[in-house]
Design a protein around this ligand. Structure first.
Ligand SMILES: [Zn+2]
Ligand SMILES: [Zn+2]
Length: 354
């Protein structure tokens, strides 16, 4: 059989079968359609304004490395007028994060973007290695997830950026839709497909790869020969997400459009007002100033548990009660520096236009 020609340009030899559509296309057409779809997502969702300072949450993994490459390409090609930064969180996981951060440092050179690294150790006084040695491998993802979320916002505030973009792809979002259904978490189901989230006192956060298939991200990285780090976290992964992931991969094998169809289903759900009303009102943490649905934010609760040698205090109600029964937190307790959002600060507004 003669080699096929590309279904798009009809001149070059087809080099790959596109996972999303099954089309046989050439390498250059693949780069172009992949980038153009991300551009369309960005334009249709009106994600950016010219002059925006945007931090790319960079882990050194394939998603965020491809995101950095595509954001730079599109910013140049379509004159978005964005100031791009790389923002990495160092969780302090020996043999995993230290190696992936080396990748991010090379990306900084390759993409010529300023890089900010913020570590858990610096912010919380605890590395993940130290946390795991106290709490074991069972609940460590809870700590890591809560700490990373807040660290990203704080790192972004230090960079005075208007916006954080993350490498979450279509597979991640479809998995989250499935997980929220499987857990009956309908309030979350209503929000999890939003491309952009912004609370009043948080930095805008969005997912330009919302419709990009993981398989295509891997292909893009491979054909562009991008420099990324490809090892899974050495600590235990989120087991329940694993089930959703396996299920999604089976669906995709049977029908590739399943991923996008699940996202579209999630987008089409109308959540009743009574269900939305079950969400706790957002307030500010009395100890660290970060947004919270309780007096103390989740990170402060977890940190207090660690500091007082009762790690379960931030995870279970029983643990929390046990901690409270021991009286108030001692004065010498290590706490997180007070959080102030840079937005609306006139000195920063001037800085960002210079
Ligand atoms: Zn082509
Ligand atoms: Zn707090």
């Amino acid at each position: 059989m003669a080699p096929r020609t590309c279904a798009l340009c009809e001149s070059a030899k087809a080099m790959l079968k596109r996972p999303k559509t099954g089309q046989q296309i050439c390498r250059d057409c693949f780069f172009y359609v992949f980038e153009t779809e991300v551009h369309n997502t960005i334009v249709q969702s009106k994600l950016f304004q010219p002059g925006d300072r945007v931090a790319i949450g960079a882990s050194g993994g394939k998603d965020s490395t491809v995101l950095a490459c595509v954001m730079k390409t599109l910013n140049d090609r379509y004159n978005y007028g964005l100031d791009l930064f790389l923002l990495s969180i160092d969780e302090g996981i020996t043999g995993y994060r230290d190696d992936s951060l080396e990748t991010v440092k090379r990306n900084q050179q390759q993409y010529e973007m300023p890089l900010k690294i913020l570590s858990y150790d610096e912010l919380y006084g605890w590395t993940m290695d130290a946390i795991v040695s106290q709490v074991g491998r069972k609940n460590n993802c809870t700590f890591c997830g809560v700490f990373r979320r807040q660290a990203l916002d704080r790192g972004a505030a230090m960079l005075h950026v208007d916006h954080i973009v993350t490498g979450h792809n279509a597979d991640d979002i479809a998995e989250t839709v499935l997980m929220n259904i499987m857990r009956g978490d309908i309030a979350r189901l209503g929000r999890c497909t939003a491309i952009c989230t912004q609370g009043e006192d948080t930095i805008r956060r969005s997912k330009p790869f919302k419709y990009a298939y993981e398989k295509e991200i891997v292909m893009y990285a491979y054909f562009k020969k991008l420099d990324y780090f490809s090892t899974e976290c050495i600590y235990s992964p989120d087991a329940y997400r694993g089930h959703a992931r396996v299920f999604l991969k089976e669906l995709e094998a049977a029908r590739p459009s399943a991923i996008i169809d699940i996202i579209h289903s999630g987008e089409a759900f109308e959540v009743r007002e009574e269900v939305k009303a079950t969400q706790r009102v957002q307030q500010t943490c009395i100890r660290c100033g970060y947004m919270s649905s309780n007096d103390l934010c989740k990170a402060c609760t977890l940190l207090e548990g660690l500091e007082r040698g009762m790690a379960s205090a931030g995870i279970t109600d029983r643990g929390r009660k046990q901690l409270e029964s021991q009286g108030p937190a001692p004065d010498n307790l290590r706490t997180i520096p007070f959080f102030k959002l840079p937005l609306g600060n006139p000195t920063i507004a001037i800085e960002s236009t210079s």
